[in-house]
Structure formats: structure tokens, C-alpha cells
Write a protein that binds this ligand. Structure first.
Ligand code: NAG
Ligand code: NAG
Ligand code: NAG
Length: 190
């Protein structure tokens, strides 16, 4: 009985000391110097690629996942939500070199003109950018010649990214709804 009690006490003591040790090494917040994160000089990069939004055929890369009761009566398809995993290529031809994918959603968020809410990540697989991502969140008035959307962040080589993307429709097939969109991205990162 006594030995069990002693064992229990020693286990408790070990647990308490472990908690103290880990409490010492953990913190909720602290100040870091940018150099400790290897953040030396901010640079500005330009990326250029083509976005293929394929809604038709057997292998669409953009699929409607939700809509409102009124969506099909709305001239702007207000309320439709489309999930995308669109290829990004070097040239306008779909068979040209794949540099990444645009993954996320777009949704019709405007009742009176064609305006999409875009929430997507560009996931790159080309060269040194392989595995790095950029996050886009913005409004896309697809009938305007050039649309601008903010780059709100990134990962990998694009940590701390901020900038903007300009989208310009290269081709749009009104029969199928498929589109190829040219993207020019200017982004600050380290
Ligand atoms: C974009 O990537 C971030 C980080 O990986 C993730 O949290 C977010 O859900 C992604 N957004 C979309 C729209 O896929
Ligand atoms: C959009 O159109 C509807 C119906 O035509 C109208 O009632 C509404 O005021 C318009 N909204 C804007 C922001 O123009
Ligand atoms: C990108 O990285 C993945 C995983 O790290 C690797 O399998 C793939 O071959 C790389 N692709 C290119 C084009 O370097």
C-alpha cells in the first residue's frame, strides 16, 4: 500500500517536472528577427501563364458544386459555386508545358453584372517553384478585358507573398463554356 503510494507520488513528481520543463520551452508569442527566418531582401517576381477552365467534356476541370434555387433564372447565374482544379500552362495550348494548377472555388457573387468571387491557390510545379503556392482572393468581372485580383499570401518560396494578378481572356468558347485565360502575376516575396 505504502509502496504503491510512493510510486504514485514519484510518477506525479515526474509529470509535474516534465510540465515545468515543457512550459519553459513553449511560448505563445515572441519577437523574431527577420534574419533568423532567412528573410534578407524582398524581391519582386513576375509570372506569366495560361489558365484552362474546362467545364465541358468527359474530364472537366471546373465543376458546379452548388447553386441557389434562383441561379438558373439569373442572367449572371447568381449563387453558383464552381470547384476548380484547372491546369496552368506555359503557352495557350492545353498541351503546352504544365507549370501548376489553380485549385479552389469561384462563385457568382453579382446579380447585375458578371462578377465572380475567386478563392483559389496557384500550386506551382515548375522548376524552383515546385511545391510553392500563391493564394488569390478577389473579384473577377469576367467580361472586362483585364481583371485584377489580389495575391493575399503564399507558401514555400512565396512565403509572405503579396501582389496582384491580372487576368485577360485569351479564348472563350460560348458553345462549351471552356475558357483559356492569360495571367500576369506580380508578386513581392523573399
Ligand atoms: C489555399 O491554401 C491554403 C493553405 O494551404 C488553404 O488553407 C486554403 O484552404 C486553400 N484555399 C483554397 C480556396 O483552396
Ligand atoms: C440589381 O438589379 C436588381 C433587379 O434588376 C435591382 O433591384 C438592384 O437594385 C440592382 N442592384 C444593383 C447593385 O445595381
Ligand atoms: C515536384 O516535386 C515533386 C515532389 O517533391 C516531385 O515528385 C516532382 O517530380 C517535381 N516536379 C518537377 C517538375 O520538378
Amino acid at each position: 500500500m505504502v509502496t504503491t503510494f510512493r510510486k504514485l507520488v514519484s510518477v506525479l513528481l515526474i509529470l509535474i517536472s516534465l510540465t515545468l520543463v515543457t512550459a519553459k520551452s513553449r511560448h505563445f508569442s515572441r519577437t523574431l528577427s527577420p534574419s533568423s527566418q532567412k528573410l534578407r531582401k524582398e524581391k519582386l517576381s513576375h509570372l506569366h501563364f495560361y489558365f484552362h477552365d474546362i467545364v465541358s467534356g468527359k474530364n472537366p476541370t471546373a465543376v458546379r458544386v452548388a447553386q441557389a434555387a434562383m441561379t438558373n433564372h439569373s442572367p449572371t447565374l447568381f449563387g453558383v459555386v464552381v470547384m476548380i482544379d484547372d491546369p496552368l500552362t506555359m503557352e495557350p495550348e492545353p498541351s503546352s508545358k504544365l507549370v501548376g494548377r489553380a485549385q479552389g472555388i469561384y462563385a457568382s457573387a453579382s446579380q447585375n453584372e458578371t462578377g465572380l468571387l475567386m478563392a483559389m491557390n496557384f500550386s506551382f510545379m515548375e522548376g524552383k517553384y515546385n511545391g510553392s503556392t500563391l493564394s488569390v482572393l478577389g473579384r473577377n468581372a469576367v467580361l472586362s478585358t483585364v481583371r485584377e485580383m489580389p495575391i493575399v499570401g503564399g507558401s514555400g518560396l512565396f512565403r509572405f507573398a503579396r501582389g496582384y494578378a491580372q487576368a485577360k481572356t485569351h479564348t472563350f468558347d460560348p458553345k462549351t463554356g471552356d475558357a483559356v485565360v492569360e495571367y500576369n502575376v506580380n508578386v513581392f516575396h523573399y
